[in-house]
Design a binder for this molecule. Structure first.
Ligand code: ADP
Ligand code: MG
Length: 702
């Protein structure tokens, strides 16, 4: 028997159970072993049942583990779907009632008079009645099913297969495999060098320890999934992912793109002269990186990270211009209709005289030369198509797409990215994001992308002053905002909630409750935007704000992404303690984008209610820094990488054993090891590892 064998060959798995397991993705015995225990119970020391005299408190806190025989086994039907099984447990010295809820099958399975290992909480019936063991786990002892105490794994269900069954299947499988093949009962694929370097156990030993921990096991470590065995599984998984990325990267480097750019330094310089301002040093540098990528034979895969307002759009514009001059089409995809329109407007101004540009959204299809849109894209007349995800619909067909640009890439998933790329033949890809994630993190989770960083703001921008108040006073905010409105500015007031509901108890301000007061106090035309409005209505209000017919926007965080309103100079963030650091920074990036000195200095006021120490620290960092990267690093320190990535990045790799937050250092190690391993991959001793990489989803076994 081998761990690769179908699950149906495992002991105790008939055709019906086999089908159930397979339906839950458990096809091979190895899949069963990949199902790790949720937690572990410490049953190494047996307790005694409390006697009638132990009238006061339980013998010890936490669950009790006892060996007892059952008496008076009895199934009781309650109201409708509820049933319970009752018995009396006797450990030779004392008797205590036992009750199981909603496990009617126990009435058939359990027997009176034989010893069981019971593990569960001891409570007083009705609060002050006699002792009662409620819902203990129950296991017959003495037979081969159990050796009694020890550290017991507790499993979750696999599909419809109940936990107790899973436990038995796993234990049987490991026993059988070891019986048949000895201590090396599952193929090892992690190279000896890496194992030794990190002092990690072999796969067989790790699985044994995870599924049937030794009596000496450190239970807290197991429960936290930080045991050496768990680390082995997590690290192995990360290493496979990082190796796959590294291999893909190397292959990409080797597979050429069919198109070529006719662009030398002079062509880039000429393109740059079209731009009405001088590029910042950072923009120059990134343009250089893009130029090198485009000149390569293999497609570019580049991520540009730059704070809001750092000037990413012009990078896209220049690249698209170079593409057009080389007879290639470009596509620029933005996450919202409004943003797409804004890009269309500004790029048409910049490039409209040298090429035809089209806008493709779900409600608009226009070309800058007034001609037909679809046809123009299909026959190559349109050189640049700007749009929302409507771009990736079937009917948009490109004649020769050479360059794909994705703006605010964190709003898109990997699937959408791929769909856009499929519109051409291995086109170059440029993705831009204003959500700066720490460099280490970007390199690791976007292992397949090269990363550029725009860490310099265009000149003339006034630094945004940020004030944090925690006393909830609003007059100062109202006065400051009014001053800026009077000098022609516009303002955002951001609320953490749309309406009262659950958060109201915590005293959080909401748009529907406090919005009207703010509107009255500021006394200028205002609009309201939040996530429950229809997109069209939201976009209309935003457009009116951008156009100036309304001067104040009362909003939730839906305003976070990309819109450029240079006159916006004031922002009030209510319930600021509720927002994450990166989110606060994103919000603040909506203001201070203009350079007109008459508008005055931009100001952001964060008003916090009740704050925890952590929230206070967060708000201090927010007030002290306007550097997105510093803020991102701090955010990562405070919340951990898993949290940062989990909430914001769609389409991240999913890990089965590893956890980005908990096992972060293992991921970093795996990334380093992967690039080093790449050259040793062909060695015969890495056969098993190579076969793992060949699988679409690498797992426990090649
Ligand atoms: P983001 O990185 O947030 O997408 P944008 O590309 O929208 O930033 O640029 C923000 C504003 O700064 C735009 O109005 C743009 O024209 C202007 N801008 C960009 N680069 C420069 C520069 N080098 N000098 C002056 N203004 C610039
Ligand atoms: Mg932008």
């Amino acid at each position: 028997m081998d761990a690769r064998d179908p699950i149906t060959t495992a002991r105790g798995v008939g055709p019906v159970l086999g089908r159930r397991l397979a339906a839950a993705g458990c096809r091979r015995i190895a899949d069963l072993l990949a199902h790790l225990p949720l937690r572990y119970e410490d049953r190494r020391t047996l307790d005694r049942l409390p006697g009638a005299d132990d009238a006061t408190e339980p013998v010890k806190p936490g669950p009790l583990t006892v060996v007892a025989r059952l008496e008076n086994l009895n199934r009781v039907f309650g109201r409708r779907r509820f049933s319970r099984v009752e018995a009396v447990a006797c450990d030779g010295a004392a008797r205590v009632a036992v009750v199981w809820f909603n496990r009617p099958y126990l009435a058939q399975q359990l027997e009176e008079g034989v010893p069981y290992l019971l593990h569960g909480p001891l409570r007083r019936r009705g609060g002050d009645g006699p002792w009662q063991l409620s819902n203990p786990s129950v296991e017959r002892i003495g037979g081969e099913e159990s050796d009694g105490g020890g550290v017991r794994p507790v499993y979750g269900r696999i599909g419809e297969v109940p936990p107790s069954r899973v436990a038995r299947l796993v234990a049987d499988a490991i026993r059988t495999l070891r019986g048949a093949s000895g201590p090396d009962w599952i193929e090892e694929w992690l190279p000896r060098e890496e194992r030794a370097k990190h002092e990690l156990p072999r796969l067989a030993d790790a699985l044994t320890e995870v599924h049937s921990p030794s009596r000496e096991a450190a239970i807290e470590e197991l429960n936290a999934r930080r045991s050496p065995a768990h680390a082995r599984l997590a690290y192995g998984e990360f290493l496979l992912q990082q190796l796959q990325l590294a291999v893909a990267r190397r292959q990409r480097r080797r597979s050429g793109k069919p198109h070529r750019y006719r662009a030398d330094g002079a062509a880039w310089a000429a393109a740059t002269r079209l731009v009405p301002f001088r590029l910042t040093g950072a923009q120059e540098r990134v343009v250089g990186e893009i130029a090198v990528d485009l000149a390569r034979k293999e497609p570019m895969l580049r991520l540009v990270q730059g704070d809001v307002g750092s000037g990413k759009t012009v990078l896209a514009a220049l690249s698209c211009l170079i593409a057009a001059r080389s007879g290639l089409q470009s596509a620029l995809m933005a996450p919202t209709e409004l943003l797409a329109e804004q890009h269309f407007g500004s790029l048409e101004r910049l490039l409209g005289s040298s090429m035809t540009i089209a806008l493709v959204t779900s409600s608009q299809r226009v070309a800058s030369d007034g001609g037909p849109v679809e046809e123009g894209i299909a026959d190559g007349r349109v050189a640049l198509v700007i749009g929302t995800h409507a771009l990736i619909e079937e009917r948009t067909r490109f004649a020769r797409l050479g360059l794909a640009v994705i703006d605010e890439q964190h709003r898109f998933g990997v699937v959408q990215r791929q769909s856009l790329l499929r519109k051409g033949l291995r086109p170059d890809l440029l993705v831009m994001t204003a959500t700066p994630i720490p460099r280490s993190l970007a390199l690791t989770v976007y292992g397949d992308l090269d990363v550029s960083i725009l860490d310099e703001m265009p000149p003339g921008r006034r630094p945004i002053e940020t004030r944090v108040t925690t006393d909830g006073r609003t007059e100062e905010a109202v006065n400051e905002v009014r001053r800026r409105l009077e000098s022609g500015g516009r303002a955002y007031v951001v609320f953490p909630l749309i309406d009262g509901g659950e958060g109201a108890a915590a005293g959080l301000p909401s748009l529907t409750e406090s919005g009207p007061e703010w509107a009255r106090a500021l006394a200028v035309p205002h609009g309201v935007v939040h996530g429950r409005l229809r997109r069209q209505e939201r976009d209309e209000t935003m457009s009116r704000f951008a156009g100036g017919s309304i001067q104040v926007l009362l909003a939730t965080t839906v305003i976070e992404v990309g819109v450029d309103v240079p006159e916006a100079t004031a922002m009030v963030i209510l319930g600021a303690e509720r927002f994450g650091l990166a989110q606060l920074h994103q919000l603040r990036g909506r203001i201070g984008r203009g350079t007109d000195p008459r508008l005055g200095d931009p100001l952001c006021i964060a008003i916090a209610g009740e704050t925890s120490a952590e929230a206070e620290r967060r708000l201090r960092v927010f007030a002290d820094s306007t550097d997105g990267f510093r803020i991102a690093e701090e955010d990562m320190r405070q919340r951990g990488p898993g949290e940062i990535l989990g909430t914001r990045q769609a389409g991240l790799p999913q890990f089965r054993f590893g956890d980005l937050a908990r096992d972060w250092s293992w991921l970093v190690a795996a990334r380093r090891d992967a690039s080093e391993l790449l050259d040793r991959l062909a060695d015969p001793e890495n056969d098993a590892l190579r076969r793992q990489l060949g699988r679409r989803i690498p797992g426990l076994l090649p």
